[in-house]
Design a protein around this ligand. Structure first.
Ligand code: HEM
Length: 208
């Protein structure tokens, strides 16, 4: 979806979008079922499956991260070009673009960093049921799929509004964008500090 949107907005080339979609599809078909094994620490799966699932699931974040970097590069380059001519280029559908960049950001932080943090089987043993799980779950779920839903909503809103109407609407979208992103970041920080850290300490000291 993100590849399609970036392409529609003219922020990425057709080939790049297609490559990412194929890479994603290959990863899902080849490793999707194995990758979900990281949810099954206590179901008696074999060590081989646990190791494989930990390895395959980390790859999940790669395609979207590459795509986001590509779109970011594109915007930076076109902006730089225009600095030379003294005018800044208006990004079409600016707030849709911002929400899509938020998808990429939370994909990297929420799914990538916080997912990876709890992904090794030995970490899973201590982590299941602690604050680390909802910390990653919220960052990844709201951050990636929530922001994507909002990006699509804002896109439709912009397409169906006249330019004059949009001037009124845009300020609410702006508050919404920053509110929801800063809010999510605060939610994660406050679930980790101090209770999350104390909980991990307790689990490591006394066992699961
Ligand atoms: C956008 C992608 C992702 C979403 C929406 C997502 C969402 C979630 C959610 C909601 C949970 C909590 C499940 C539960 O409580 O039973 C969870 C757990 C977990 N996720 Fe993710 N996740 C994503 C990507 C990843 C990635 C890329 C990794 C690995 C690097 C990962 C590793 C884990 C692990 C190890 C758990 C803990 C499993 C457990 O304790 O049962 N996730 N994830």
């Amino acid at each position: 979806m993100v590849a399609l949107m970036f392409y529609q907005l003219g922020l990425t080339q057709r080939n790049v979008a297609l490559r990412v979609i194929y890479l994603d599809a290959i990863l899902y078909f080849a490793g999707g079922v194995i990758g979900t094994g990281h949810h099954w620490y206590f179901t008696g799966q074999s060590s081989v499956n646990m190791a494989l699932s930990a390895m395959v699931s980390v790859l999940e974040v790669v395609p979207l991260t590459l795509l986001t970097l590509d779109a970011w590069d594109f915007v930076r380059t076109t902006r730089a070009d225009c600095d030379v001519c003294g005018k800044s280029v208006a990004i079409p559908h600016k707030w849709t673009f911002y929400f899509l960049m938020a998808v990429g950001f939370w994909n990297f932080v929420g799914a990538g960093i916080f997912g990876f943090l709890i992904n090794l089987p030995i970490v899973s043993y201590y982590e299941a049921g602690t604050q680390l799980t909802p910390n990653h779950g919220h960052a990844a779920m709201m951050g990636v799929f929530g922001m994507l839903a909002l990006a699509l909503m804002v896109f439709v809103l912009r397409q169906t509004s006249t330019d004059t109407r949009w001037v009124d609407i845009e300020k609410y979208v702006k508050v919404g964008f920053w509110g929801i992103n800063v809010g999510l970041a605060l939610m994660l920080m406050m679930s980790l500090f101090p209770s999350g850290v104390l909980q991990v300490w307790d689990v490591v000291q006394h066992g699961y």
